[in-house]
Every structure is written in structure tokens, then in C-alpha cells.
Design a protein around this ligand. Structure first.
Ligand code: 5AD
Ligand code: FES
Length: 350
């Protein structure tokens, strides 16, 4: 490594904030030596705070209707080939029941932005989960809503919220989204969620169309300032039925590098090795954990709808084997020396 790079990695290793230009230098110097170096440090730092524990979250994809038309996403409203579904409250409670038996103590309700589920309905669903599973955390991942809506759902019992910023660069945001969506609103939502008291997760896709190293550096600067409890990142993967169908995918290597950087920026971060990382490479999630991630989100959705929640092509865990996700994840984690734990796994940052 040259002197500048050594200085930057030393700063990162000592918990000092990096400048935008330093993040850009790191990202542009992506090579196996740098990745190994940062990955080793990231793993050490993670073990200080989390030992070799990996937290599991049960993902319930309860609707693939979406009123938005994000250019990258397979369930965008203009995709007429998507076969749409919604789960009922009973369906969702059944997923929780199955999940609870399997050891899950966090349920993540994720869906497209589907106005069918208004605040009253969501409140009712959240109340019911809260009453039946008082020892579990409830995470929502249902997009942009008003301050009042976020507040009502928090008061009903939701603890955490995932809303990726997707890119912390206004002009890049416009390249990924139609005019109806705005970067400013996205940021306002994230601020509102934090001020209400949610444990908040943000994040972005690695290698999304037209993304530059400078864009990613913006995300890393934003994360340094915003101080989220969780950050979800995974490679962008092209979906055939989107305007980006001919774009190329993000890479395993860049995603791993950024996972390690994130761990070093904020040692106590909850950082998932995502399904998209497992899709881009058969051992992607294992490599993500080794590079500093500490969360896995197995799918708890009913198997008959899983193929319909296709955000990108070839998504894993949607076939016959998927009923076995939990056991599969346990085995995978044990094979690399990590330990899946059954507890809420709250953020140590609260
Ligand atoms: N590739 C990878 N990730 C995607 N997402 C949406 N579409 C894709 C894609 N084509 C991510 C977005 C969203 C999260 C739920 O899934 O970042 O926030
Ligand atoms: Fe889903 Fe392995 S984690 S099949």
C-alpha cells in the first residue's frame, strides 16, 4: 500500500472520521490486499462488541404492490409482468408464529409502498404482533410515510425502521427515480424516524447504475453524520423488466470492501449480509459476515409468494429449499465459525 492509503486506513482503524476525498481514495484503491487488510480489522472490531454472534431477523414480505416506479426495482408499478399479492393479518401472524418457533425474536415487515395498508390496518397488525410476542422486536420497511403515520406505528409497538437512502447524492437520486420521488423527502423521512425514536437503518445499493465512487463516498459521509443504528447494503442486481435491464450488476468485491469500511466507521453497527450478496455469489453472505457484517435476514414469507417478491433477477431462497432457510443459515454460519443467536439483538447504539 502507498503512504496515502496507509494513512487513511490507519485513521479508519483508529475510529477517526474520514473526509470525502479519503473515502474516494479508498474506494478507488479497491484491491485484494486492501480488502483483506480492512476485513481483518473489521472482524476484530466486531468481535470486541458482538463476539462471533450473528443476529437473525425474520423477513416477512407482506405485499409486492408498490405505488412507486424506481427504475431499478422489479416490483415497480409499471412492471406488468409482476404477479401481485398481499398477505392478510392472519397470514402475517402465522409467519410470526412459525418464526417464533424457529427462534426469531425480530420480525421485519417489508413491502412495496402499498396504500392498501393504511395506518389503521398497520396499527392493528402491529398491535397484534406486539400483544402475542411481547419479547420480540418489530421492524418496519414500508417506505416513505408522513411523520404522523410513522409516529402512530411507533406508538402501536414498532421498534425499528429500515429505509435505505439509496444514494446520498441528489443528482444520482434523480437518475434512479422518477420525478415524483425526491431526495429531500427521503432524507426528511429518515430524520423523522430518528426523532420519533425508532432504531433506524439506512443504506444503498453497491454498483447501482451510474453510481460513482464519489456517490458512495457521499453515502459514507452521510452515514458518518447521521449515525444510523443499522445499514443495509448489497450489490445492485439487474431485473429484466426494468428500464435498467441492460445495466451491469454491482460486484461482490466492492460490497465486501464497503461492509468492512462501515464496520470500522461505526463498530457497533448492525450490518446485514444481505440476500442480494448471497445472490451474486453462492458464498456471498458468509463472506459478508467475515468482512464485518453481523446480521442475516432469512425469509419467513409463505413459500408460495416468495417468487413474487423479485426485486432483482435470480433472488435466492425462493425455491423449494427455502422452507429450510433457518437451518441453512445456521449451518452456513457454523461452517465459518460464527454463532447464530436467538435474541432481539437491539442496537448497542441506543
Ligand atoms: N438490486 C439490488 N437491490 C435492490 N433493491 C431494490 N431493487 C434492487 C435491485 N435491482 C433494494 C433497494 C431497497 C431494498 C428493499 O432492496 O435498496 O431499498
Ligand atoms: Fe434460504 Fe439457504 S438461507 S435456502
Amino acid at each position: 500500500m502507498n503512504n496515502t492509503l496507509t494513512e487513511i486506513t490507519e485513521k479508519l482503524n483508529h475510529g477517526q472520521k474520514l473526509k470525502h476525498s479519503e473515502f474516494v481514495t479508498l474506494l478507488k484503491s479497491n484491491n485484494s490486499e486492501l480488502r483483506e487488510n480492512l476485513s481483518k480489522k473489521a472482524d476484530q472490531v466486531r468481535r470486541l462488541h458482538f463476539d462471533n454472534n450473528v443476529y437473525i431477523r425474520g423477513l416477512i414480505e407482506f405485499t409486492n404492490y408498490c405505488k412507486n416506479d424506481c427504475y431499478y426495482c422489479g416490483i415497480r408499478k409499471s412492471n406488468k409482468n409482476a404477479s401481485r399479492y398481499r398477505l392478510t393479518k392472519d397470514d402475517i401472524l402465522e409467519c410470526c408464529q412459525n418464526g417464533y418457533k424457529l427462534g426469531f425474536r425480530t420480525f421485519v415487515l417489508q413491502g412495496g409502498e402499498d396504500p392498501y395498508y393504511n395506518d389503521d390496518m398497520l396499527e392493528d397488525i402491529i398491535f397484534s404482533i406486539r400483544n402475542s410476542y411481547s419479547d420480540c422486536a418489530i421492524t418496519l420497511s414500508i417506505g416513505e410515510r408522513s411523520f404522523n403515520s410513522y409516529k402512530r406505528l411507533f406508538d402501536a409497538g414498532a421498534d425499528r425502521y429500515l429505509l435505505r437512502e439509496e444514494t446520498a447524492d441528489n443528482s444520482h437520486y434523480k437518475m434512479l427515480h422518477p420525478d415524483e420521488m425526491s431526495y429531500d423527502n427521503r432524507m426528511e423521512c429518515l430524520n423523522n424516524l430518528k426523532s420519533i425514536g425508532y432504531q433506524v437503518g439506512c443504506g444503498f445499493m453497491v454498483g447501482s447504475p451510474k453510481q460513482t465512487a464519489e456517490n458512495i463516498a457521499n453515502d459514507l459521509m452521510f452515514i458518518q453524520e447521521f449515525r444510523p443504528h443499522m445499514v443495509g447494503i448489497g450489490p445492485y442486481i439487474t431485473h429484466v423488466d426494468t428500464p435498467f435491464s441492460t445495466e451491469s450488476n454491482g460486484t461482490l468485491e466492492e460490497t465486501l470492501l464497503i461492509i468492512s469500511i462501515l464496520r470500522l466507521i461505526e463498530p457497533k453497527l448492525l450490518l446485514p449480509a444481505t440476500t442480494s450478496l448471497g445472490t451474486i455469489h453462492p458464498l456471498g453472505r458468509e463472506m459478508g459476515i467475515k468482512a464485518g457484517a453481523n446480521v442475516i435476514m432469512p425469509n419467513l414469507s409463505p413459500t408460495n409468494v416468495r417468487k413474487k417478491y423479485m426485486l432483482y433477477d435470480n433472488k435466492i431462497c425462493t425455491g423449494d429449499e427455502s422452507a429450510e432457510c433457518v437451518r441453512c443459515v445456521n449451518t452456513k454460519m457454523a461452517s465459518i465459525g460464527y454463532n447464530v443467536v436467538t435474541d432481539r439483538g437491539d442496537s448497542p447504539l441506543i
